[in-house]
Design a protein around this ligand. Structure first.
Ligand SMILES: Nc1nc2c(ncn2[C@@H]2O[C@H](COP(=O)(O)OP(=O)(O)OP(=O)(O)O)[C@@H](O)[C@H]2O)c(=O)[nH]1
Ligand SMILES: [Mg+2]
Length: 268
């Protein structure tokens, strides 16, 4: 669903981070589970852009379903890269190293794939932490041979370097995994084209979410890197009336459209 998922305990500053690196404006507050559904934001750096998902906080037992853990972890599964956000200040009385290990335990316990998913570690709330706290955690993370960044979402310190590293890493990773459904040929899809297609478009935090059951098998065969395939997808969106509806709801160039696990920026 997104390129990058922000993962970590509640209240570590995931929503604060997405709000300073993208136009997303999720609720930010000093209590746990402020975010209860994932929020998407487009992060732009010059010519490059990627989609970041602010995933609700995970807690111990998430992989067993505690605190809607399964639902949240399924969102993480669809991201190519994890930015693991940790509160390095320990302001809530927890130990960042323990937090880090606990979250990774939940990821690994949920699926082997998630255990293998590349991670970048963002030590947040550095403005509240002592140098000793930060370097102790840095040493711990580097011993695991993971990229480490000290940041403060509050002051935005370090967030540019983090985003640069994310972009560099994404360039080396395969594209987002598509919805896996039965494979149809383009001819079979064309036949589907004839049928009446219902859909809904809703707007959430500035993202246009298209819900259309019949689009799932189509998305599974569309290759977004292939020009012809992409043209086909655009024709489907147009002929089904989805584009008209997006425009009716006031979509502008560069606004984000989300269809199942696929996101794209709208271009007229
Ligand atoms: N001092 C300081 N406070 C921060 C920083 N980042 C976040 N906060 C504060 O920490 C609290 C939690 O921030 P959120 O961004 O809502 O945290 P979250 O990880 O999205 O939390 P959940 O949605 O509950 O999972 C808020 O009061 C923020 O203002 C930071 O870098 N420094
Ligand atoms: Mg949040």
């Amino acid at each position: 669903m997104a390129d990058v998922g922000l993962v970590g305990f509640p209240n570590v500053g995931k929503s604060s981070l997405i709000s300073v690196v993208s136009a997303a404006k999720p609720e930010i507050a000093n209590y746990h589970f402020t975010t209860i559904t994932p929020v998407l934001g487009v992060v732009k750096r010059g010519e490059k852009s990627f989609v970041m998902a602010d995933i609700p906080g995970l807690i111990e037992g998430a992989s067993e379903g505690v605190g809607l853990g399964h639902e949240f972890l399924r969102h993480v599964e669809r991201c190519r890269l994890i930015v693991h956000v940790v509160d390095v200040s320990g302001i809530e009385g927890r130990d960042p190293k323990e937090d880090f290990d606990k979250i990774n335990h939940e990821l690994a316990n949920f699926s082997e794939e998630l255990a293998e998913r590349p991670q970048i570690v963002a030590a947040n709330k550095c403005d509240l932490a002592t140098e000793e706290q930060i370097s102790a955690f840095e040493e711990f993370v580097k011993a695991k041979e993971l990229p480490f960044f000290r940041i403060s979402a509050a002051t935005t310190q370090g967030t540019d370097a983090l985003i640069d590293a994310v972009i560099t890493k994404l360039d080396t990773l395969p594209p987002v995994k598509r919805y896996e459904a039965q494979q149809l040929t383009l001819e079979e899809l064309a036949a589907l084209d004839e049928q009446k297609r219902s859909f809904t478009v809703t707007k959430q935090d500035g993202v246009y979410i298209v819900d259309a059951e019949w689009l799932a098998p189509i998305l599974s065969v569309v290759n977004m890197e292939d020009y012809e395939s992409l043209q086909y997808f655009q024709r489907v969106l147009r002929s089904s009336g989805i584009i008209d509806e997006l425009e009716r709801q006031g979509i502008q160039d560069d606004d984000l459209v989300s269809v199942f696990d696929f996101e794209f920026s709208y271009v007229r």
